[in-house]
Structures are given as C-alpha cells and as structure tokens.
Design a protein around this ligand. Structure first.
Ligand code: ZN
Length: 86
C-alpha cells in the first residue's frame, strides 16, 4: 500500500467534513508522514566496543557481529556491549 497516495486521498475526503474531519485529516497526514519517514530515524549508528569501528545498527537486532574484528556485540538500551563467547 502506498501510504502517501492513500493518506492524501483520505485526508482530502476527511477535510470535506467540517471540524471533526479537519482534525482527522491532520491526524491522518501526521500518521502518513510517520509511516513514510518515521522508521528511518530509528536506524542507529554505534561504535564497536572492541575496535571502535562505526556500525549501522538495525533496531530490531539484539546481537550482531562486527565485520572488522568479528566480535559478537549485543545491543542493550542503545548501547553496544561485547558478548563473551566461551
Ligand atoms: Zn569491531
């Protein structure tokens, strides 16, 4: 589904309803902007705790391997922590 097209049509239709529709149209536009652009801002950049190499971090990942030093790194509260594998 294309959120920009869907949202624009929905917002125009709602804007024809006075007051309540205007508020809903504003809310819908905000939701479309969030759906379209919001997820990109959650991409994190962190430094490998072992070799200080900058790494892009997918927020959905909990554990990743550093491509440079091969350390196993856990994402905890927006920080990167080395995981020791015995
Ligand atoms: Zn590293």
């Amino acid at each position: 589904m294309n959120w920009i097209i869907f949202g624009t049509i929905g917002a125009v239709l709602m804007a024809m309803i006075p007051v309540i529709g205007w508020l809903m149209a504003v809310g819908l536009v905000g939701m479309v902007l969030w759906k379209t652009f919001g997820f990109r801002e959650t991409q994190l950049i962190g430094s490998c705790p072992a070799c200080t190499k900058s790494l892009p971090i997918d927020p959905k990942t909990d554990v990743l391997a550093c491509p440079v030093c091969q350390s196993c790194i856990a994402v905890q509260d927006d920080r990167l922590v080395i995981v020791k594998i015995d």
